[in-house]
Design a protein around this ligand. Structure first.
Ligand SMILES: Cc1ncc(COP(=O)(O)O)c(C=O)c1O
Length: 455
């Protein structure tokens, strides 16, 4: 850990603070950085004022995002970025110390040179252990979630797998019965190497979660809204159960991003993302991330696995994700607008017998969603009043929507979900899932209208 970083941090924290509360905390703060941590995992020991500091999310962002801070003026700018949209628009804009280039470079090096004294002066030695572009993305995600630290992986599923592998032996975990299909396959078909005991529950029922607890429950997995039924689970209520049981609460934030839902503020311990979706946002990157709210043994194990196994995100994908993040707020706003318009249209169609979108007042999870989400997201599922062949015909008839899996890109997608999930699916054969993109809403609505007319 270079001494320079210590100086920059102290500079950042000695800003003129905008309120008296902040001023008090700033002036009496002292920081020690443990030398044994890699740059990403610098341990910030708040010798004084620890608790008060942690109560100020914006200041935590400054600290978590300290890789953006090279000077007093950078620190001042960062301290003025109060809203997540502003943080996103400037994500990882770190003027290069030598060239002043605003956009960070992509670091492709796999190996780093030692100093004469045998040290690695910048903390980097080998790409599996650490890469500056990856760390920039990890620090950015930490900052966006107001967390402690982040590890990125080569895919969302590699992230899930690492979390499950990092649990203690013979762990019992609780997952939703309608969990993302890939995770279900992982925990049931690939479980031999992980050795978990798994309970599936209706995660919309807090009582069912509580009843499924055992002495060995190490982890509760929540995905809300769920895939593909958009069921809503009450994160705060489940977090209380997890805390009482000493279990880790993981929330999959792929469909919501840190803009629509703030799992740490609702009591989650870990947030995961498939970065492949909204965060990168252009259907051209595969990646995943786990962000931890606090330091923990589990996160330490995940981080160790990341470095030892090396299922890491490659530098170009990290860089593309950082680029995608800068437009996330505007993309998601347009995508949520489109989802609301399309859900309202579908609700009134005679050939459709159910629309699953938590923004509709008739949705059973509407009130919980309203309380814990900023908006209701950009995914909509619906069921055709007809046969499986009718549903497949609608997907075949569309002209603007693309008939493909995945979600979160600029282009709207339609998918006959049970065809994708295959033989073990519990998804209704008449269900179609939409990922709303950035098109003009009337084009999407007309497209669905003509596709429905032609069945
Ligand atoms: C909610 C959710 N979690 C995790 C994943 C897995 O992510 P990836 O495809 O990046 O492995 C997906 C993929 O669709 C998803 O929808």
């Amino acid at each position: 850990m270079a001494g320079g970083h210590r100086y920059q941090l102290q500079e950042a924290l000695s800003l003129d603070p905008p309120t008296t509360t902040h001023r008090k905390t700033h002036t009496s703060l002292r920081i020690q950085i443990s030398e044994s941590y890699t740059p990403r995992h610098q341990k910030l020991d708040f010798v004084a004022e620890d608790l008060r500091l942690r109560e100020i999310p914006r200041l935590r962002n400054v600290i978590a995002g300290h890789y953006f801070i090279h000077s007093q003026s950078d620190a001042r700018r960062h301290a003025c970025m109060n809203h997540i949209n502003t943080l996103l628009a400037h994500a990882a804009l770190t003027p290069d110390q030598e060239t002043s280039a605003l956009i960070p470079p992509i670091h492709l090096a796999t190996t780093y040179e030692r100093e004469r004294d045998n040290s690695y002066p910048r903390g980097y030695q080998y790409a599996r252990d650490g890469n500056p572009t990856r760390h920039l993305l990890e620090n950015t995600l930490t900052s966006l979630e107001s967390g402690f630290a982040c590890c990125t992986f080569a895919s969302g599923m590699a992230t899930c797998h690492s979390i499950l592998q990092a649990l203690k032996p013979n762990a019992h975990i609780i997952i939703p019965e309608d969990v993302y299909h890939g995770l279900r396959v992982l925990v049931f078909d690939e479980n031999a190497s992980i050795g978990l005991r798994v309970s599936t529950v209706d995660m919309t029922s807090v009582d069912e979660v509580e009843a499924a607890l055992t002495e060995e429950t190490q982890l509760i997995w929540v995905e809300t809204p769920s895939n593909p039924l958009l069921q809503i689970s009450d994160i705060r209520a489940i977090s209380k159960i997890a805390t009482r049981a000493g279990a880790t609460l993981v929330v999959d934030g792929t469909w919501t991003t840190p803009i629509l839902q703030r799992p740490f503020e609702l009591g989650a311990d870990l947030v995961i993302h498939s970065l492949t979706k909204y965060m990168a946002g252009h259907s051209d990157v595969l990646g995943g991330a786990v962000v931890a709210r606090e330091e923990s043994e589990l996160f330490h194990n995940i981080s160790r696995l990341q470095q030892r196994v090396g299922a890491v995100m490659d530098p170009f994908s990290c860089w593309l994700t950082l680029r995608g993040l800068r437009t996330l707020a505007v993309r998601l706003r347009a995508q949520c607008d489109n989802a609301e318009a399309v859900a309202a249209f579908l609700r009134d169609q005679p050939r459709i017998h159910a629309v699953y979108y938590p923004g509709l007042e008739a949705h059973p999870g509407h009130d919980v969603a309203r309380a814990q989400m900023k908006r209701f997201g950009a995914m909509v599922s619906f069921e055709i009043d007809g046969s499986e062949q009718d549903a497949i015909a609608v997907a075949a008839n569309v002209r603007v929507f693309r008939r493909a899996t995945s979600l979160g890109g600029t282009e709207s997608l339609i998918e006959h979900r049970s065809s994708m999930e295959g033989r073990d699916t519990s998804t209704s054969p008449t269900l179609l899932r939409l990922s709303l993109g950035l098109e003009y809403p009337d084009d999407l609505i007309h497209d669905l209208a003509q596709a429905l007319e032609n069945i």
